[in-house]
Every structure is written in structure tokens, then in C-alpha cells.
Design a protein around this ligand. Structure first.
Ligand code: FAD
Length: 304
């Protein structure tokens, strides 16, 4: 077998220039790719490690969005003050994934491109309306995460593209939650993960609702239950139960050797109900424009 060439570019431009062939692979933290290479599911003539591209490791608050570099590790995501402030359910999901050894190296870019439906961050990013930004030598494009995720281990990325940033809208007033059910050990992949992003008016009635579900079907999915079930109402227990049932009816569970489709559907309803209850009880997210927090600078706010 020919030796694998290992490149470690220090700029995005260099990284893009190294891409092209079918047997060239980008490397983030390597927690997924290393297993695929080891088992022979993937062959690589060239591996391009993105760990030295500094711009991809930054988290920035800019123009009403949180811009998260693809090279940010799950551990950094879970502990970032900016992420905790503007998308606390993402910080929570990243902090629940796997174990500290994996989180210390696994990157958000590798997480999303690997597209294992059981991963923790996609349901949150779907509920919060995230977009992924892709770059190639031909230019840049942005896709809603819902369009980016195609199926099991499959996304819309091209072999010539690098996932550069994930943008999450900053929405003062949004309330969020992420819950997951892991009947095995705590650091196992979830059987079901459910994320909720909601808004309510001054009278305490729901005005917006987005739900993300992971680990149930071939990919993480976004759900917008019929507004007749919830709009204009407080999120009481019966309302949360009705919404949970609607999402459970909407998912397409993939049975495996451990859990039946019926079981996964049932647990989906329960987890959505719990996420709704958590989000309803959460504090509304703070604003940015009129925010006097000393954390804010005059322009963009950066974290590395
Ligand atoms: C023991 C174990 C337990 C785990 N448990 C969980 C869990 O409970 N919850 C959970 O969510 N996840 C879990 N994971 C999965 C983990 O989240 C993923 O393996 C990880 O997120 C992948 O990130 P990475 O940076 O290591 O990706 P890599 O292995 O580096 O790459 C994965 C794929 O993405 C491509 N890629 C990487 N970066 C980019 C980029 N910027 N642009 C384009 N393509 C890119 C690679 O070419 C490869 O195809 C677990 C993993 C392990 C090993």
C-alpha cells in the first residue's frame, strides 16, 4: 500500500489548494476519520490536517450572528463564554458528546461533515437555524444545515470544499434546551436527542417554535409542528405532550439491533416533551446591541 502524504497547511488558501483527488481527505480532530482509515472503509493517499489554520479556530460575534470556525473543538464550544451566552443549548450538546478525550480534539467541522445521525450538536443547530459555510478555490457558498445534511454519513459538501464556519443567528428572547437519552453509559451516543428553540410574547404565549431531533433516522431532522397545536398558547404540560406526539409521528425511525422503530418513536415524543419543558423554563437569551456587558468591544468580539 502506498504511504499516505500528510500535509499541515497554515492558511485556508493552502488547504484549499491541496484538495481535489477522491483519495484526499481533510482531517479535523481525526476521531472519526482515524476509525474509517483503520477499518479500511476509507483509503487516503493524502491527508490535509486543518489544525494549524488559526482562522478556523475562532468564535466571533458579528452582525447578529455567532460565527464558529470549523476547527473549534467540542470542548472549546462547550466552555466558550460567547456560545454559552448566545446559544447555551449548543454549549450543552457539545459538552455531552462522547468523553473529554474525544471532545478535546473533535472539531465542529469534522462533527458535521461526518454526519453520524446520533451526534449531539446537529439537532441544536437545526432548531436554532444554523447555516454552514463552504469554501473552495472556486469561491464560497452557504447552506442551511437542513440542506447540508443529506443522509447517513452523507452531506452536500464537495471533495473540493472545506467547511469553514457555522453561523448561528443571535436571537435575544429565544429560549432553548437540549436533552438526550442514553440508556447505556452516560458517554454513549444517545438513543434520541431533542433540541427546542422557542419564543413567547409578553403575555406568555408561544410565538415561534423549532425542534431538532437526532439519533432516530438516517440523519438529524428539523420539525415545525402545526401552529394550531401551540401558537398563542402557553407551553403547558398538555401542549408539550401534543407537540411531542406530533414530532413522534413525523420522524422516520431506523430500527437497529438494539432498538425497534416503535421504541425510538415513543422515546422521541418523550424527549421532545422534556426539551419543551426545559426550554419553557429557561431564561430568555440576552441581547447584544444595547448590551452594556464589558465582554463586548466596539466591533466584533473574538475568541480563540
Ligand atoms: C468513542 C467515541 C464516542 C463518541 N460519542 C459521541 C457522542 O456521544 N455524541 C456525539 O455527538 N459524537 C460522538 N462521537 C463522534 C464525534 O463527535 C465525532 O467523531 C467527531 O465530532 C468528529 O470530529 P473530528 O474533528 O474528529 O472529525 P474527523 O475525524 O477529523 O473528520 C470527520 C470527517 O469530516 C471531514 N472533515 C473534517 N473537518 C472538515 C472540514 N473543516 N471541512 C470539510 N471536511 C472536514 C473529514 O475528512 C472526515 O470525512 C464519538 C466518537 C468517538 C470516537
Amino acid at each position: 500500500m502506498p504511504a499516505t502524504e500528510f500535509l499541515a497547511p497554515s492558511t485556508l488558501e493552502e488547504a484549499l489548494g491541496a484538495l481535489g483527488g477522491d483519495d484526499t481527505h481533510l482531517l479535523g480532530g481525526g476521531t472519526a476519520l482515524a476509525l474509517l482509515l483503520k477499518t479500511g472503509m476509507v483509503e487516503a493517499a493524502r491527508v490535509v490536517w486543518l489544525g494549524r489554520v488559526a482562522e478556523l479556530r475562532a468564535i466571533t460575534e458579528l452582525d447578529g450572528e455567532l460565527r464558529i470556525g470549523a476547527g473549534v473543538t467540542l470542548h472549546t464550544l462547550s466552555s466558550s463564554p460567547l456560545v454559552r451566552r448566545h446559544c447555551p443549548s449548543l454549549a450543552r450538546a457539545a459538552g455531552l458528546a462522547a468523553n473529554i478525550r474525544v471532545r478535546a480534539v473533535a472539531t465542529l467541522g469534522g462533527h458535521l461533515v461526518h454526519a453520524d445521525p446520533r451526534q449531539d450538536c446537529p439537532p441544536v443547530l437545526l432548531a436554532c437555524g444554523a447555516t454552514v459555510h463552504l469554501a473552495s478555490t472556486a469561491g464560497e457558498r452557504a447552506l442551511a444545515l437542513d440542506e447540508f445534511l443529506v443522509s447517513f454519513l452523507e452531506t452536500a459538501i464537495l471533495p473540493t470544499e472545506v467547511l469553514t464556519y457555522v453561523h448561528v443567528p443571535i436571537e435575544p428572547g429565544r429560549r432553548e434546551a437540549y436533552v438526550r437519552f442514553t440508556p447505556g453509559s452516560e458517554d454513549d451516543f444517545p438513543t434520541v436527542g431533542a433540541a427546542v428553540a422557542l419564543r413567547a410574547d409578553d403575555a406568555g404565549a408561544l410565538t415561534d417554535l423549532e425542534i431538532g431531533v437526532g439519533a432516530v433516522g438516517a440523519r438529524a431532522t428539523r420539525h415545525r409542528p402545526d401552529p394550531a397545536l401551540w401558537r398563542g398558547r402557553p407551553c403547558t404540560a398538555p401542549t408539550a405532550r401534543a407537540i411531542g406526539a406530533a414530532v413522534a409521528a413525523d420522524v422516520a425511525p431506523a430500527p437497529d439491533h438494539r432498538r425497534s422503530a416503535r421504541y425510538r418513536r415513543h422515546v422521541t415524543g418523550v424527549m421532545v416533551e422534556r426539551a419543551l419543558s426545559d426550554a419553557w423554563g429557561a431564561a430568555p437569551l440576552p441581547g447584544t446591541a444595547t448590551d452594556p456587558s464589558p465582554e463586548r468591544g466596539a466591533g466584533a468580539l473574538h475568541e480563540h
